[in-house]
Design a protein around this ligand. Structure first.
Ligand code: AMP
Length: 170
């Protein structure tokens, strides 16, 4: 029987030379493993103290929405440029392989005071720090990050000023 670790496939030099890309989408082809993962993420203590989840475009949405259902927490989203209508807050940040920016709808943010961030993978920590900056600038509390995979060698955790829970560290 397959294990979660077996479903994280490394592609060398993707999308750029020198990057070991971790493809985790195969997890979705094994519902019993996906379910076990979601149950683990949803039972994390960090969620108990948060009013809502914020999940990050795009693979973060897959895991975030399943955790939102399982934990009965509301979810809002941080999206890439040009995707969200209405009044938005936007910040740019550096990625392991390039630049990106993320936006949050002001209307969605207004309803909640404390958040757990959910994403698929923690690399340098730039993405998560961008979201936490957006939240903290609006005087929202960030209770922590729950991620499926953490890449230890990039030391993202050391740049994050709140608790980090990863299901797999590699
Ligand atoms: P970072 O901001 O460096 O922590 O990067 C985290 C975000 O970029 C996550 O949303 C990942 O989906 C993506 N990412 C960064 N590095 C990798 C990698 N080596 N393999 C897969 N996804 C990655």
């Amino acid at each position: 029987m397959k294990k979660l670790e077996d479903l994280i496939i490394t592609y060398e030099d993707f999308p750029k030379k020198g990057i070991d890309f971790k493809d985790i989408l195969e997890i979705l082809q094994y519902p019993y493993i996906f379910k076990e993962l979601i149950l683990k993420m949803s039972s994390n203590q960090l969620l108990k103290n948060a009013e809502a989840i914020i999940s990050i475009d795009a693979r973060g949405f897959i895991f975030g929405s399943a955790v939102a259902l399982e934990s009965s927490k509301p979810m809002i989203v941080a999206r890439k440029p040009g995707k969200l209508p209405g009044n938005i807050l936007t910040r740019e940040y550096d990625l392991e392989y390039g630049k990106n920016s993320l936006s949050i709808q002001k209307k969605a943010l207004k309803k909640f005071n404390s958040f757990v961030i959910i994403d698929d993978l923690l690399a340098t920590g730039g993405t998560v720090n961008c979201v936490s900056r957006l939240l903290q600038e609006q005087r929202k509390e960030v209770m922590g990050l729950i991620t499926v995979v953490e890449l230890n060698k990039l030391k993202g955790r050391s740049k994050i000023g709140f608790p980090v829970h990863s299901i797999i560290s590699i």
